[in-house]
Design a protein around this ligand. Structure first.
Ligand code: CAA
Length: 258
């Protein structure tokens, strides 16, 4: 792939958006590649956690590619929005856990990409923001939908209407970042988090992810019903037998289902 790199080690894939000359801005080609790569990842049994980051030390992703958008028509704008909708929904719904390692600017489409991941770990130099209305457009890669769901309507409206850029600590304070770490510790922190998850039941984590993703977008009764159904499904797995038997036998569980 032209704009993405992937390295897989110990069941953890590190995917890097690699357009450093434009601070990893997302053009249509990169959006299509993200969709393609995550379609491959969702089928791979040798990848259980994905860490998504940007190349270089300055930027995670500085937004959608303004040089591509500047002369785009209304129809082309909509197509680009739909490409991102597909690609980011794919990230959100793959069975693997996806951790965004936010290593610098996460602006516009970059903030929106990070928000489609399950978890965001920010380096101290990370900066988050939705600058779109300053360009005469609105956030179009999920920002008007995922940001209020993460930080609340009031804060989302303030960030989108003022275009204020916030630093990693403020992102942490409002719940946009899960934690803030030194830049040089960013990938190791994400890998440590991944290792913790890998030592647990991957299939159970996938079920929990599905219950959270679907359940938080429906009414409480339907969400609780879904949770009960998935809870029942988990009882059919080898991991449930092994996890509970290991507890009772006072030994470490060897959980392998995925
Ligand atoms: N699209 C295209 N190119 C971009 C870009 C973007 N979003 N962001 C940065 N670049 C390019 C710059 O044009 C520049 O290219 P040249 O070297 O060829 O001039 C290169 O990356 C380096 O950028 P700067 O020289 O501007 O670096 P800086 O350190 O001075 O500033 C920055 C960094 C604050 C991130 C600044 O680049 C910036 O404001 N970028 C645009 C941020 C933005 O508005 N993002 C939102 C885009 S719209 C969107 O994302 C819509 C949506 O909802 C999906």
């Amino acid at each position: 792939m032209k704009n993405l790199l992937m390295e897989v080690e110990n069941e953890v894939a590190v995917v890097t958006i690699n357009r450093p000359k434009s601070l990893n801005a997302l053009n249509s080609e990169t959006l299509a590649e993200i969709n393609e790569l995550f379609t491959e990842i969702e089928k791979r049994k040798d990848i259980r956690v994905v860490i998504l980051t940007g190349s270089g030390e300055k930027s995670f992703v500085a937004g959608a590619d303004i040089s591509e958008m500047v002369n785009a028509s209304s129809q082309e704008g909509r197509i680009m929005g739909m490409l991102a909708y597909e690609a980011f929904s794919k990230i959100e719904n793959v069975p693997q856990v996806v951790i965004a390692a936010v290593n610098g600017f996460a602006l516009g489409g970059g903030c929106e990409l990070a928000m489609s991941c399950d978890i965001r770990v920010a380096a101290e130099n990370a900066k988050f923001g939705q600058p779109e209305v300053g360009l005469g457009i609105l956030p179009g890669f999920g920002g008007t939908q995922r940001l209020p769901r993460l930080v609340g309507k009031g804060r989302a409206k303030e960030l989108i209407f003022t275009t204020d850029m916030i630093d990693a600590n403020e992102a942490y304070r409002i719940g946009l970042a899960n934690k803030v770490v030194k830049q040089e510790e960013l990938l190791d922190t994400c890998k440590e988090m991944a290792a913790k998850m890998l030592s647990k039941g991957s299939f159970a984590i996938t079920l929990a992810k599905q219950a959270i993703n679907v359940g938080t977008e429906t009414d409480l009764a339907s969400g609780l019903q879904l949770e009960a159904n998935l809870f029942g499904l988990a009882f059919s797995t080898g991991d449930k037998k092994e996890g509970m038997t290991a507890f009772l036998e006072k030994r470490k569980a060897d959980l392998t289902d995925f």
